[in-house]
Design a protein around this ligand. Structure first.
Ligand SMILES: Nc1ncnc2c1ncn2[C@@H]1O[C@H](COP(=O)(O)OP(=O)(O)OP(=O)(O)O)[C@@H](O)[C@H]1O
Length: 717
């Protein structure tokens, strides 16, 4: 899957686009509301466990260049520490306090809260910056951002000289980005204490590239002198010892106390059907417990949408007064404005039920949540360097994750967490999650590090080294794609261009090549459609009907072109409707069109957003956006030229053998080529369930491989 940042794709420049407000004149009632809210916030802040150790924490940061802070969920780390440091003078030289979060939604909502606590307009003293959305200005001193964004800033400024302090929050999550960032920050600290500056050619190139990507704008910042970088690693559930060892014996402090108690409840027996257990628990809470909203953790969009349907169905069976349940999904590919809906209070008399993936697991405070339902499962990436198979698998959470999940209750008052498994299972869980870097394909990480001037990946100071075989496999892939030179340096221009696209290397290569095959317009659509989960949906009770309708889009050449057909048909429908009915009505009609055609409207909209975003990227890179019209041959050839490592040949028994590694797989039942007679195919991904399945498949000519990927395939005759 492409590593696409999600959410609102609008580029936002607060200084240009924000409406200018004059002083707001409030009437007396409004004034007293504002006053009461300010008093409530002040009182809340004073009662947080962290408030009693403010002075000590500021002192510890002053004394130690690196500090590890561990404190209960909800104790006030994320919202308060940056304010304490600001008040403690850590921005006096014009420096900024940067706080990284593994997820966009946390960066945005926490920044909003802290701006409110500081009584400032968001984007001024307090702001946030996530990919394609920058809510900061030259006066921003407390800046929340994703860890990926700080990595990109490092391309621009290898010293991270704008920052006096960097706080890596939720470090226990150990995402790939966090791990790369930790290694990089360690190096930046060293460089800043030495006060020498060396800019490699690579960094100079990247600087130019990123400057260009930001429309040539670089925000000025006011650091007069480079002080040592203060680094704070923070979480409620991290292995302080491991982090301390990595940071050369850095000091760890523990903030004691939690704000409100959370009752943990377990089931007596293991549950065989987690979705059903979650459904029953939602209604049990709704009918038997007091007021308060419910947060349910589910493993993915599909589970969320399926339980959403079941809750709605069951709700209709309840007597009228009990039907006041507001169901809100929350997953990463949901557009930002929809994600943020969960943070607004439910209408009077209603109870919110938020169906979320683990994006709601850390950092966020969702107002109103009193009950958490935790089935104890999470979807994670898994990668086998031997087979080259990367898949998403559902596994048990770690203890750290269970703790974080229960910590989403008890933030505004006492809460309850319903773990849908017996207590004995909790005892057997791993303490922490296996770092993502140990279980994912590393080609993207390598590309990122190469762009940062790190050529020796094996020698890079990772907290935990990735598997050597996985590094070798990923280097091989990048080499075969032409992204790396023989000296393992980023190639120019292919590697440089690939590093600038927010996609997996195969997808970036497909876009770069597409312009040569005269089909960039089509490839942009295909890559965007492949970036989202489940475009089609087939309700259990309408299986036959949905199959017939979906068939009308299908192409005998395969799934990529089928997806292209869906996108084109929806766009044509939308444009025609806009002319006749205006934008708003057209969007509404499109929703109905999607429903009638068994297409997931949310996913389609997300694909449109991604399309606009990547199109902007490739335009800035100067690639010519050309189209092959209705002739699909160039597109198929381009797919073969980019996904050549995912080529497979039909076996006499009807299965397929992946040419690059000999894996045997079947075409997935959802593919339009399921019953194909095609001798040779390329596929987008290989998933492992009870069997190996290849998904998103296109028919190609075997001979194209030797012609288009001679570095990998040679003809014997
Ligand atoms: N948006 C918000 N609305 C209402 N209260 C909030 C909001 N954000 C934070 N709070 C309050 O501030 C408290 C501290 O939140 P904060 O995120 O700083 O805690 P934390 O220690 O970082 O927690 P975690 O480890 O779970 O991220 C919350 O428990 C809640 O009471």
């Amino acid at each position: 899957m492409p590593s696409m940042a999600t959410g609102d794709r609008q580029k936002f420049n607060p200084n240009n686009n924000r409406p200018q407000f004059g002083p707001k004149l409030l009437n007396n009632d409004q004034k007293s509301d504002v006053f009461a809210r300010r008093q409530k916030i002040e009182q809340q802040r004073r009662s947080l466990p962290i408030a009693s150790v403010e002075k000590r924490l500021v002192e510890e940061v002053r004394k130690n260049d690196t500090l590890i802070i561990v404190g209960e969920t909800g104790s006030g780390k994320t919202t308060q520490l940056p304010q304490y440091l600001f008040n403690g003078g850590f921005c006096n030289n014009g420096g900024t306090i940067g706080i990284t979060q593994p997820r966009r939604v946390a960066a945005v909502t926490v920044a909003k809260r802290v701006a409110e606590e500081c009584n400032v307009e968001l984007g001024q003293k307090v702001g946030y910056s996530i990919r394609f959305e920058d809510m900061t200005s030259i006066s921003t001193r407390i800046k929340y951002m994703t860890d990926g964004l700080l990595l990109r800033e490092a391309l621009l400024d290898p010293y991270l000289s704008r920052y006096s302090v960097i706080v890596v929050d939720e470090a226990h999550e150990r995402t790939v980005q966090t791990d790369v960032l930790l290694g990089l920050l360690k190096d930046v600290q060293k460089k800043r204490s030495q006060k020498t500056f060396h800019q490699s050619n690579n960094q100079a190139n990247n600087l130019a590239a990123v400057k260009n990507e930001n429309n040539g704008e670089m925000k000025p910042h006011l650091v007069k002198k480079l002080n040592p970088l203060k680094l704070i690693i923070m979480s409620a559930s991290l292995d302080a010892k491991g982090f301390s060892e990595y940071f050369n014996g850095a000091k760890a402090v523990h903030v004691q106390g939690r704000q409100f108690p959370v009752d943990i409840l377990y089931t007596a027996q293991p549950e065989t059907d987690c979705l059903d257990a979650a459904l029953v628990t939602i209604f049990q809470i709704h009918l038997e417990e007091g007021p308060g909203d419910i947060l349910v953790f589910l493993s993915g969009q599909e589970e969320i949408e399926s339980i959403e349907g079941l809750v709605r169905e069951n709700l209709k069976k309840l007597p009228e007064p009990n039907q006041k349940l507001l169901i809100l999904p929350l997953f990463s590919s949901l557009p930002s404005e929809k994600q943020l809906k969960v943070f607004t209070p439910a209408p009077f008399g209603f109870r919110k039920v938020i169906l979320a993936t683990n994006i709601a697991e850390t950092s966020v405070t969702i107002p109103g949540i009193k009950y958490v339902i935790d089935p104890g499962l999470v979807k994670v990436r898994s990668y086998s360097p031997d087979s080259g198979i990367e898949s998403l698998i559902v596994v048990k959470t770690s203890k750290a994750q269970a703790l974080q999940r229960s910590g989403r209750a008890g933030r505004e008052g006492p809460g309850k967490c319903f773990r849908l498994y017996p207590e004995s299972r909790f005892e057997g869980l791993d303490d922490s999650t296996v770092p993502e870097i140990k279980r994912c394909n590393l080609s993207n990480v390598i590309l990122q590090l190469s762009a940062l001037g790190v050529d020796d990946i094996i020698g890079f100071d990772f907290m935990e080294k990735p598997d050597r075989m996985a590094v070798i496999r990923s280097l091989e892939l990048l080499y075969l794609l032409g992204a790396l030179t023989d000296e393992k340096k980023l190639s120019d221009p292919i590697g440089q261009q690939m590093a600038r696209l927010p996609l997996e290397p195969n997808d970036s290569k497909a876009l770069i090549l597409a312009t040569q095959f005269d089909c960039l317009q089509e490839m942009l659509i295909v890559v965007s459609m492949l970036s989202v989960e489940s475009i089609f949906y087939a309700p259990r009770d309408k299986l036959e009907e949905s199959r017939t309708v979906i068939k009308s889009f299908s192409s005998p050449d395969g799934d990529h072109i089928t997806l292209l057909n869906v996108y084109r048909a929806s766009l044509e429908f939308l444009e025609r409707n806009k002319e006749e009915n205006g934008k708003e009505k057209a969007e509404k009609n499109l929703r109905k069109w999607c429903k009638d055609n068994f297409i997931n409207n949310r996913s389609l909209k997300h694909a449109r957003d991604i399309y606009n975003q990547i199109r902007e990227n490739v335009e800035r890179m100067g690639l010519k956006i050309n189209s092959c019209g209705d002739d699909m041959l160039p597109l198929r050839r381009c797919l073969a030229a980019s996904y050549f490592l995912n080529a497979a040949l039909k076996q006499p028994d009807g299965t397929y053998r992946v040419l690059a590694n000999g894996q045997i797989a079947e075409i997935h039942p959802t593919s339009v080529l399921r019953r194909t007679k095609s001798e040779c195919i390329v596929f987008y991904n290989l998933v492992q369930t009870t069997r190996n399945y290849v998904r998103n498949v296109t028919r190609i000519d075997y001979l194209w491989l030797a012609e288009l990927a001679p570095q990998c395939y040679a003809l014997k005759d």
